[in-house]
Design a protein around this ligand. Structure first.
Ligand code: SAM
Length: 391
């Protein structure tokens, strides 16, 4: 008997179709963004251009004339909110295209906040994408091991744009509510990298002195940022918190210890070994501000996104630093709950637990789980403010 043409499976194909549709839409968005950046369209459209002018530009780049294709590419960039499209007057059909304000700030290489130069935070996506395109090679471990010194020197330069675009101001605005932070006279920014957090903290008190502690090679970079944004109250303290102590960075005129120790996204500062070293270098009643990613704090509905972050994290290795499976997690790192409990045991009073993703305190909430507003590889960022109460 022939098969019944009307017979269909119990489950429809919609779930599978949606997965493919979603994936393919993301792929197209990614490659279009990449094309527009590669051909510097946001600087090109800084001054408005007509379609006729853009057609000439397209052909000058060596592309085959295709009005419909170009029109639709421009239309997609308009949909992304990166390009504005308008007619100059009611009685003219001539359409103008112009870079939108947000794209001018972040995607035009002439802007100081541009994320598209050689150390761009945005271009890290391209690097990550390469690992996915050559997935077999990645799984075979063909990626070279990252050398910490050069990785961090480059990461530090990349983080400057990211930090200055919003994160730095949001962090300092939040911390300014603490009298202990505003009154701190001796400050240490541990694993400060570019040093911008330490520099900004030193702005809060004209009588303060701040040291930026980081690996010696990275401190060479830090010096450049101190020259640009800092003052003679900010200096570097080259060192390695795994190999030496932090106490040794104290000056003879400050034997009691630092009034304020700040650290942001430093590998190591979620481990008992480094917390103990920081504690030893702090003055009684000093404050320790630790801005860290605790990815286990991310709410369950973001787990799919987090799974991908975890895959990315496991696609490379460092030559010395050991990692755990979850993104932004290193060997011997405490979990968020483990960190909070160890801090109390060590002799700290917890002043606040702040979900940086949501820009709110979660200290008095039933759960510390966070709901990131922005899903990226830094989801699950918390600022934990603690005071040393036990000597
Ligand atoms: C992700 S960057 C964070 C930079 C900056 N604090 C920020 O949040 O933008 C991590 C920093 O930790 C520093 N670091 C890594 N291992 C270190 C170690 N063993 N001792 C001191 N600093 C270290 C790196 O050099 C780098 O500057």
């Amino acid at each position: 008997m022939s098969k019944n043409v009307m017979e269909c499976p119990k489950l429809g194909p919609e779930h599978i179709e949606n997965l493919f549709e979603d994936a393919y839409l993301g792929l197209r968005k990614f490659y279009l963004m990449e094309f527009s950046l590669k051909y510097n369209m946001y600087e090109l459209l800084e001054e408005p251009k007509t379609f006729e002018q853009l057609k000439i530009w397209f052909e000058e780049k060596g592309f085959k004339s295709n009005d419909n294709l170009l029109l639709n590419v421009l239309d997609a960039l308009v949909q992304f909110g990166l390009v504005n499209k308008y007619n100059r007057s009611h009685n003219s059909a001539e359409t103008y295209y112009e870079t939108s304000e947000v794209a001018n700030i972040y995607l035009n290489p002439k802007s100081e906040f541009s994320g598209i130069d050689s150390v761009s935070p945005l271009l890290t996506y391209k690097g990550r994408a390469k690992k996915w395109i050559n997935l077999e090679d990645t799984f075979m471990g063909k990626e070279p091991k990252l050398k910490e010194n050069s990785f961090f020197s480059e990461a530090v330069r990349r983080m400057v744009t990211d930090c200055r675009s919003r994160k730095l101001k949001a962090t300092i605005d939040y911390l300014s509510q603490f009298e202990e932070v505003k009154n701190a006279k001796s400050i240490l920014d541990v694993a400060g990298g570019h040093g911008l957090y330490g520099i900004a903290l030193s702005y809060l008190n004209e009588d303060s002195k701040c040291k930026i502690f980081d690996l010696p090679k990275v401190c060479e970079e830090t010096e450049k940022y101190i020259a640009e944004y800092g003052s003679d109250r900010v200096t570097t303290a080259p060192g390695d918190y795994y190999k030496g102590t932090i106490v040794e960075t104290l000056d003879s005129d400050n034997p009691e210890g630092y009034d304020l120790v700040f650290t942001s996204h430093s590998p190591g500062c979620k481990s008992i070994e480094v917390i103990d070293k920081i504690y030893d270098a702090m003055a009684p009643n000093g404050v320790f501000v630790n801005k860290q990613i605790f990815s286990e704090g991310i709410g369950d509905k973001y787990q799919l996104r987090q799974s991908f972050e975890n895959i990315d994290w496991n696609m490379f290795s460092f030559s010395a630093l050991g990692k755990e499976g979850a993104s932004n997690t290193f060997k011997n790192d405490l979990t968020l709950d483990g960190y909070l409990s160890y801090m109390k045991e060590k002799g700290f009073e917890l002043l606040d637990i702040y979900s940086f993703d949501e820009r709110k305190s979660v200290k008095n909430e039933v759960s510390y789980k966070c709901n990131p507003k922005l899903m990226n590889n830094q989801m699950g960022s918390y600022i934990i403010v603690a005071k040393k109460v036990k000597a």
